[in-house]
Ligand binder design. Structure first.
Ligand SMILES: [Zn+2]
Length: 261
């Protein structure tokens, strides 16, 4: 099956973009040194398709833990080839069930292509939409659509949010950049399971903060989602590793990061 309508694939990347990515990796915009006593694992869901809520809530809550959902409010009422994106009801459920709702722009805007003004308006719209649904709810954290970042964008995000999560791979450990949290992909296919186990073990060994990112959850997920057994297995392994399983917001407190607002 060819996926033409999924948002996850990066738009074309130019040589200049690659240079900007590299620069973003070298320069820490919001450096912070972790002070957590126990390893931390976080499960994050981008965009997010309904199954991340409907199936994801049940799996996470079985382990008495919560996840972070990076929402684009503009995707309500739209769908990809597999399923619909979260409805207003799903978005409200994230918060009422104790999970974290975080910002992913209103329209899944490519921060490298948008002007600073357009980006600010799009983020503001995403904030207004959710505040209206949820009694003035305020986002604390952000994930870069397509994982695309550059130095200027990170500076803007650092002003508005406590953290910005990208998709640079790796375990967050030592001194990290809060404006560019690293994340690992919890995607299909199943060989990812061995990778997830290795990462969880490594994270326990170094006392770090491992953030997984995925999208939909189902028996035949998109290439950017995972199956129920996969998520279950990662949660079990994370629990057995002695790690605390926390939302981004909870983890930031444990690592000693001060909320931006
Ligand atoms: Zn996304």
């Amino acid at each position: 099956m060819r996926y033409t309508n999924l948002l996850y694939e990066e738009p074309p990347v130019t040589l200049a973009d690659r240079m900007r990515f590299r620069f973003a990796r070298w320069i820490k915009v919001k450096p912070h040194t972790l002070v957590n006593r126990r390893p931390i694992v976080t499960f994050t869901f981008d965009d997010f398709p309904r199954s991340a809520a409907r199936t994801g809530f049940d799996i996470l809550e079985k382990y008495s833990v919560r996840g972070t959902y990076y929402v684009c409010a503009g995707l309500q009422g739209t769908r990809n080839e597999i399923e619909e994106y979260a409805s207003a009801e799903d978005i409200i459920d994230v918060v009422t069930r104790g999970h974290e709702l975080a910002c992913h722009t209103f329209s899944h805007l490519d921060g490298l292509r948008a002007s600073p003004g357009d980006l600010a308006r799009d983020i503001d719209r995403n904030s207004r939409e959710v505040a209206a649904l949820l009694n003035g709810y305020k986002y604390e954290n952000f994930a870069y659509p397509y994982g695309r970042i550059c130095h200027g964008l990170q500076v803007e995000i650092a002003k508005r949010f406590t953290s910005g999560r990208g998709v640079f791979r790796g375990i967050n450990q030592g001194t990290i950049d809060l404006a560019n949290l690293s994340a690992e992909l919890l995607y299909h296919p199943v060989e990812q399971q061995a990778t997830a186990h290795r990462l969880i073990e490594e994270n326990a060994r170094v006392g770090g903060w491992l953030i997984f990112v995925t999208h939909d959850i189902g028996a035949t997920p998109s290439p950017y989602g995972c199956t129920e057994p996969q998520l279950n297995d990662a949660l079990r392994a994370a629990t057995e590793s002695g790690a605390e399983i926390l939302t981004v917001r909870e983890a930031l407190k444990k690592i000693g990061a001060t909320p931006s607002h």
